[in-house]
Design a protein around this ligand. Structure first.
Ligand SMILES: Nc1nc2c(ncn2[C@@H]2O[C@H](COP(=O)(O)OP(=O)(O)O)[C@@H](O)[C@H]2O)c(=O)[nH]1
Ligand SMILES: [Mg+2]
Length: 298
């Protein structure tokens, strides 16, 4: 079989498992995961290469109603993620019947395929939560909505049926030489991924408005032999949020720092010294300059 390669856009509502699926396929955490919507704030490329194929997945922020400058930038990126792709992989929550947001996404993909015919494959994720009596009804409803027959039921957290899903995707890819080196797995810098790992630990440990209000920047990064010295700032929008993140006697920030450091060390393959500061920056989500500094607009 000739080598196949191509670009695959992951499109779907927030929280359906797009980043979990990307990370599983790529074998590295290129896109952070939490159960809070809008965890992914900018486009991330996740690349997998075998002897027979190379797939570059474009993991986009979920399509949702934008209320802030950050939200608008995220939806723009989801739309742009569709440009020039070889396959559109629509990821849905297979455990639930399609709803209003799914119909919105269907409109988006249909508008795109009308202009540029592109194969659409459905990934009905969260199969572990799908009741047996709903399988046929949900599969048929999503197939009708997205006007495609091709689908796979998956459990991304366990990697179930992901191999089968990859087979469907590869069959739709053109015969083409690889574009990326075999050892490249993302287009994101270690610096950005490190900031994202800190944000992931915060998202996983906080509730309500904090996940939406947090951003992380890496302010300095120095290599000392086999050690990376990283200084990062956590931006929040209110003084009360700062107090929560620091916690009693600094306990909360310490826990976040340890969890993030361990994962950054794993990613870099050497020791890391991580220093975290918390800063209040009112309304940063509305501020294009701050969004640019955070690289959320790229
Ligand atoms: N039960 C179950 N949970 C999943 C599955 N895939 C992802 N999740 C969880 O769903 C949440 C959102 O996942 P994420 O990948 O961030 O979704 P995204 O917003 O679409 O990128 C996380 O808590 C994941 O652990 C799955 O197949 N089954
Ligand atoms: Mg995501």
């Amino acid at each position: 079989m000739a080598f196949r390669s191509g670009l695959v856009a992951l499109i779907g509502k927030p929280n359906v498992g797009k980043s979990t699926l990307t990370n599983f396929i790529v074998g590295h955490k290129v896109s952070i995961v939490s159960n809070k919507p809008q965890t992914t704030r900018r486009r991330v490329l996740g690349i997998t290469t075998t002897d027979d194929y190379q797939i570059a997945f474009v993991d986009t922020p979920g399509v949702h109603e934008p209320h802030t400058q950050l939200g608008r930038s995220m939806v723009d990126q989801a739309r742009r993620g569709l440009m020039d792709v070889d396959v559109i992989l629509v990821v849905v929550d297979g455990a639930h019947h399609p709803g209003e947001q799914d119909r919105e996404i269907a409109k988006l993909t249909k508008a795109h395929t009308k202009e540029k015919p592109t194969p659409v494959i459905l990934c009905l994720n969260k199969m572990d939560q799908l009741k047996a009596e709903n399988v046929v009804r949900h599969v048929e409803a999503y197939q009708a909505l997205f006007e495609t027959q091709e689908y796979m039921l998956t459990t991304a957290t366990k990697g179930q049926n992901v191999g089968e899903l990859l087979t469907l995707i590869v069959n739709e890819l053109p015969e083409r030489a690889p574009v990326f080196d075999a050892d490249e797995f993302t287009d994101q810098s270690s610096r950005f991924l490190s900031a994202e790992l800190v944000r992931e630990k915060i998202l996983q440990a906080t509730f309500q408005e904090i996940p939406h209000s947090v951003a992380v920047t890496v302010d300095s990064w120095e290599e000392e032999g086999n050690l990376s010295r990283i200084m990062a700032t956590i931006l929040v929008e209110k003084t009360s949020q700062r107090a929560i993140l620091i916690g009693k006697q600094g306990q909360f920030i310490k826990k976040i720092g340890t969890e993030a450091r361990l994962e950054i060390e794993e990613m870099l393959g050497h020791r890391v010294y991580l220093e975290l500061h918390v800063k209040v920056s009112e309304g940063w989500r509305m501020n294009p300059r701050v969004l640019h500094e955070l690289e959320y607009d790229q």
